[in-house]
Design a protein around this ligand. Structure first.
Ligand SMILES: C[S@@+](CC[C@H](N)C(=O)[O-])C[C@H]1O[C@@H](n2cnc3c(N)ncnc32)[C@H](O)[C@@H]1O
Length: 273
């Protein structure tokens, strides 16, 4: 299949499709499942990372839309459509919410468009988040987003796929400098651990995709320089404003002891003052 001149490659694993497999989705190939099975079979419990991340993301979107007047979202590295996508969470609370999904995986465009074709307040843009200017000035972004009004910039589980030399802090800075005050930034990020199990997961991901960098809490916090980090700070995803109500990704909030895997991804929400 060809999308905008570039083809879906079913012979090499893709970040979006492996993640889809870990979340129980069907939009993946044998080559993706082979990588996913390393996590499911050889690193039991590790799939909790994907669920914890997704649950924190949906809580953050609900919080933004219910506690602020932000009604426009740019979801950078949005992934394949799954349960409770950003527009579904936001529009459940505020139907007027507008969402631009951005991903560089051709399959995301195909599946995203299929899901969203009924919804005139969403767009799917195939672009590289390492070119924030190109994403921001893309005609489909400008069609939906009014940059004179506050925006929520979502960077969920994507900045750890950006290498240091590609300047992840510069990506956040670009958005920070081009959105008005009152805008919010949600970030979740793999945190470098120091135990052999998680080091193996880091090795598998970096080797499979030939890129990526897990960062320390200090490095992740510094990606949000110049923004006000809101309570409770940058914390393991299940501890970010836990919600005990049932949801597709919720594993029961913070009442129980977290596994080493659930501590491996941190989340935080920041605001431009
Ligand atoms: C682990 S998934 C996270 C999906 C979703 N944001 C979430 O948190 O559930 C990472 C996504 O980022 C996308 N991605 C990675 N690098 C990217 C880049 N440079 N530009 C655009 N998308 C990128 C991948 O294709 C994948 O869909």
């Amino acid at each position: 299949m060809t999308v905008e001149g570039s083809s879906i490659d079913s012979t090499r694993p893709s970040i979006a499709r492996v993640y889809d497999y870990l979340l129980g989705g069907k939009d993946n190939y044998a080559v993706d499942r082979k990588v996913g099975d390393v996590f499911l079979r050889d690193l039991p419990g590790s799939v909790a990372i994907a669920f914890a991340n997704r649950a924190a993301l949906t809580r953050a979107i609900a919080q933004i839309v219910t506690t602020t007047d932000v009604r426009q979202f740019i979801d950078l590295g949005s992934g394949l459509p799954t349960a409770d996508n950003v527009h579904q969470v936001a529009q459940r609370h505020a139907p007027e919410s507008r969402i631009v999904y951005v991903d560089n995986d051709p399959q995301v465009l195909v599946h995203g468009c299929a899901l969203l074709e009924q919804n005139d307040r969403t767009r799917v843009v195939r672009a590289d988040i390492r070119d924030p200017e190109g994403v921001r000035t893309h005609p489909e972004t400008l069609e939906l987003i009014d940059f004179d009004r506050p925006v929520a910039v979502v960077l969920s589980a994507v900045l750890h796929h950006v290498n240091d030399e590609e300047d992840p802090a510069g990506i956040v800075r670009h958005w920070r400098d081009h959105v008005p005050s009152g805008s919010h930034f949600f970030v979740s990020h793999f945190r470098s651990g120091d135990n052999p199990e998680t080091a193996e997961a880091e090795r598998v991901l970096q080797q499979t995709f030939g890129r990526g960098r897990w960062r320390t809490d200090e490095e992740i916090t510094s990606l949000l320089d110049g923004l006000e980090i809101l309570d409770p700070g940058i914390v393991p995803a299940p501890l970010w404003r836990p919600d005990t109500t049932a949801g597709p990704w919720n594993a029961g909030g913070a009442e129980r002891e977290l596994t080493v895997w659930e501590r491996l991804i941190v989340a935080g929400l920041a605001r431009k003052t």
